[in-house]
Write a protein of this length. Sequence first.
Length: 104
Amino acid sequence: MNKLKHIGLMAATLLFFCACKTKEKQTAVDYGQQGYTKATVRDYQLDGCRYMLFLDETRKLEPDALPEDMKRDSLAVWVKYQADPRMSVCMAGEPVKIIDIKKR
């Protein structure tokens, strides 16, 4: 009778482990290959400006609209954008239209 309990316990354990699914490894997306540029969101707080995208220490982008969840100082992002010919009140960066933006 004791052997039967052990065999049943081993079978249940084996079924449990076989039924568990492992998470598939997610492959990293190479956003650089898809036309995105690395940038950092900065809370600029200059007259007429608020959130700017810094590509490096000297090149700044003034986005037309930034999603609310991206409005965080020092947030690292991937951004796809195009030049925007609109006039800017801010005039601290290049006016751009955001095509897509993702957190890094």
